[in-house]
Structure formats: C-alpha cells, structure tokens
Design a protein around this ligand. Structure first.
Ligand SMILES: Nc1ncnc2c1ncn2[C@@H]1O[C@H](COP(=O)(O)OP(=O)(O)OP(=O)(O)O)[C@@H](O)[C@H]1O
Ligand SMILES: [Mg+2]
Length: 455
C-alpha cells in the first residue's frame, strides 16, 4: 500500500505554463483577428444568425468595431451586443468551451480560448468591459485582469473578479490592454504593422465588410476587397452549392472558381510576386471568415494528386470554398483560424471539386502558350469582372477551348554535290541563280510526287 497522500501524481497545469503555451504559436495579428471574430459573432447573432452563404443579404451596417493601436496601449471596442453577466460568470472567461456549452449560431468562435489568448499575448494589464441589455435595462460590468498578480496568486484559483462598471455608449464590449509585452510594443510602434493589419482585415473580412460592417483601425474605416471573377466571351466561372449532414447537423458548402485576372502576357514569367499573383489561388471560408487566402500550397491541392505545384503561369486563377454551419466545430478551421485542418474528412471530401477547376485553368494556360498572344489577350479582355455574389450557378468552369496543333517533327537534309552538276540542275529547274537550298527543296518535291505521290 502506498501512503494515502502519494497515491496521485499532480497533473494540474500551472498558470504560467498555460499562458506561455497558448500564446506561443499565434501571431499578434491573428490574436487581434480573434477579438474581431468575437465582435462579429455578437453582431451576427443579433442580426439573425443564419448560414453565411454568399446569397444571404443580412445587413451589418449598424455594427462597428474600432481598434486603436498605440506603442503603449491597445484597445478594441464594438457595439455588437456585449457579453451578458451570466455568460461572463459561467463561460466567456473559461479557458476552453465546456462540453455542454451552447453552440452559437453560425459563429466563428469554437474553441473558447480566443479572447483570453489574445489579451495575454498583447499585454499584462487588461480591462474588459461589457454593456448588455438585461430585460430592457442596460447593465454593465468589467473584468480587470492584472496578469502578474494573477500569476503570483498561485495556481489554486484561476478565476477573475467581475466588478461593477459604467455603461458604454451602446451595448457592446470594450477591451483595453496596457503594459504591453515587448513584441507587441515593438509591432504597435511600426506603421508597417498597422498597414499590414488593415490590408489583412480588408481581405479576410471582405464578406462582412460587403454586408456593411464597419471595422475602423486608428479612426479610419477599412474598405473590404471586392472579390470578383470574370465572365463574358468564352469565360464563365463555376458556382456550385452542396449540402452535407454531419452528426445530424447541416453543413453548407459553396464552391466558386474561375478567372480573377488575365494571366500574365509573358507565358513563362519569372517568379516575381506581383499583385495579381498575390491574389491568385484558393480561398477557404468558414462561417464567413476567410481563414486561408490566395493559397498556392499542397493545403489546397497544388503539387498533390497529379496536380502540379503552383507556377506563376497560373496567375489569374481564383477559387473559393465556403463552408458554413450552425456548429462551427464541424468546419475545417484550425484554432488560430489562419489555416485549414487538412485532415478534416469534410475538407478532404471536397478535394475533387477543387481539383477540377484548378486543372481546367492549368490546361488553359498551357494551351494559350501555343496561340497568338494578341488573339488570346483579346479574347480574355471580353470577360468582365463580376462580384462573386452575382456569379450564376454553373457546375463547371468554362474556358476557351484552344485546339492544340500537333507539331510534325522535322528532318534536316544536308549533302554536298559537285557544283557544276547543281548549276545544271538549277538551270533545268528554270533558274541558274536559284539558291542551293531551293534546288534541294524543289527536287525533293519532284522526287516525292513521282515516287510517293500526292498526299
Ligand atoms: N466582443 C464580444 N461581444 C460579445 N460576446 C463576446 C465578445 N467577446 C467575447 N465574447 C463572448 O466570450 C466568449 C469567449 O470568447 P473566446 O474568444 O475566448 O472564445 P470563443 O469565441 O467561444 O471561441 P474561439 O476560441 O474559437 O474564439 C464568446 O463565446 C462570447 O460569448
Ligand atoms: Mg473567439
């Protein structure tokens, strides 16, 4: 018998280890995106919480998310309904969603870690405020988190205190972080970081921005990307809808693909990453959020299953695969929401749907190399940009059929004969000054017609 107090090995995590681990493999930008995702989940819930298909026209213009990034502080503020006191007490601050937690409607959030991970990554003095409507009344609270004191208080108690607070202007959440961590302070001091963040927001939240949502960074609203595919002439993008049922829950899938920009005129461009090439590739969208953008790697099939690796020649191709479900945990997103889970059976099932349009484009760009450049360019110009929301349903991408001429292999003939004899033959053919090569060709044709006959 073991002594009673030694019969269990303590495996509880320490707070310090936990904070270090959860913040390790995520970028600052993705942490900020986690906070934006939460605001959007609030807005989407208030707006009705439907599948985020392209055809859905939910208006998000009443909602605004403002982000401030200063060298010594970070803040994000929204009017997206706030966190209720019940949710704050039981669930919002828990590390990881509880098994029995209600799944939100068509949310981006799934794991129950994003907000906590984000604020820990950014700094060590955190203040989270919420104002929400409780039976027609506005109620507010705040959750201050002093990370150093929380760590020093030991590993027995992981809770945060909830305190009374003044109302925010409208139901919503405001998160302020000061005492920035070194990496955050450095990044936030750089205009480049802010510029890149704006650019990434414009792309990855394009579907929400299109529905009127405002996302402001440093007081300036971000304009979303206009995602378009070209239609016209002999070009037509594909758009197909599918429905799956997983664990009794519906998953909606939409695939769009086609020409986003005309391919490079130079049929064998060097590897320079120009703007068009930057936008080309596959996009994966989960509950409205672009989690993988302009992908040219094996994650979206390039270089696998007889599907060549990405080459700048394929510039101009764009494909989107859009998943939505009431239960976000059924979708193939990773915890950082910056990639797809390539092992997800759902995602794998759609590989053929992604492969077909990619292969059609590869074949088209191969064939166009053999045609007159002006001709293909003229044809491509006939196709005009159409917003993805307006693309008509069509099961496969339509591209010009370029008949590739079979080249007949050539043989070179080289021989020497006495010059007087050649001149005599040239004279017999009607011209003593005929070039030697011409004498050769004419006599070849003469002998061919005589011995082989007409073709
Ligand atoms: N800005 C906000 N507006 C409304 N509710 C919020 C907001 N921020 C957080 N919440 C609430 O807090 C909960 C916890 O957020 P957190 O980001 O930690 O996890 P999650 O969103 O559930 O999952 P994930 O880890 O995938 O992001 C959310 O589910 C939501 O209920
Ligand atoms: Mg979240």
């Amino acid at each position: 018998m073991l002594p009673g107090d030694k019969s269990k090995a303590n495996a509880n995590p320490t707070k310090a280890f936990f904070v270090r681990m959860i913040t390790r493999d995520i970028t600052l930008e993705d942490c900020i995106f986690d906070l934006i995702d939460n605001s959007i989940d609030g807005a989407w819930e208030l707006a009705g919480g439907r599948p985020m298909s392209l055809a859905d026209d939910t208006d998000l213009s009443a909602y605004k998310i403002s982000i401030e990034i200063k060298p010594d502080r970070f803040s994000i503020h929204d009017n997206c309904g706030g966190i209720s006191l019940d949710d704050a007490a039981n669930y919002a601050f828990t590390f990881g969603r509880k098994e029995d937690a209600e799944t939100e409607n068509f949310s981006i959030g799934v794991y129950g870690i994003g907000m906590k991970r984000a604020v820990f990554k950014i700094g060590s003095r955190i203040n989270i405020r919420s104002t929400f409507i409780d039976q027609d009344d506005l109620l507010s609270f705040r959750v201050p988190v002093e990370v150093d004191a929380w760590l020093a208080a030991g590993d027995g108690n992981w809770d945060f205190d909830i305190e009374e607070a003044e109302n925010l202007e409208a139901p919503g959440v405001q998160i302020d972080v000061t005492s920035l961590n070194e990496a955050a302070a450095q990044s936030f001091d750089s205009p480049r970081f802010v510029q890149d963040l704006r650019r990434a927001i414009a792309r990855d939240y394009a579907l929400h921005l299109h529905r009127g949502l405002t996302i402001e960074v440093e007081g300036k609203p971000v304009t979303g990307w206009a995602i378009e595919l070209r239609h016209g002439g002999e070009f037509s993008p594909m758009r197909a809808n599918f429905e799956e049922e997983i664990e009794g829950e519906k998953v909606f899938v939409e695939v769009l693909a086609g020409m986003e920009a005309t391919p490079p005129e130079d049929s064998d461009p060097d590897g320079d990453w120009d703007d068009d090439q930057n936008r080309s590739g596959w996009y994966v969208v989960c509950n409205g959020r672009i989690v993988l953008a302009a992908d040219k790697t094996s994650l979206t099939g390039w270089g696998t299953d007889n599907w060549p690796q990405w080459h700048p020649q394929y510039t101009g191709f764009m494909g989107l695969i859009i998943f939505s479900s009431r239960r976000a945990d059924l979708l193939p997103l990773t915890t950082t929401k910056r990639s797809v889970d390539a092992t997800s059976p759902l995602y794998r099932r759609y590989r053929p749907q992604m492969r077909e349009p990619s292969k059609a484009w590869i074949a088209y760009t191969n064939a166009r190399k053999q045609k007159e450049k002006v001709e293909v360019v003229e044809q491509e110009k006939e196709a005009k940009a159409v917003p993805i929301y307006e693309v008509a349903v069509q099961p496969a991408v339509v591209l010009p059929q370029i008949a590739t001429k079979k080249r007949v292999p050539e043989a070179n003939v080289l021989y020497s004969v006495p010059k007087p004899r050649l001149l005599k033959l040239a004279t017999a053919l009607g011209n003593i000054r005929m070039p030697y090569k011409e004498v050769g060709i004419q006599t070849f044709e003469y002998a061919y017609a005589d011995l082989v006959g007409e073709e």
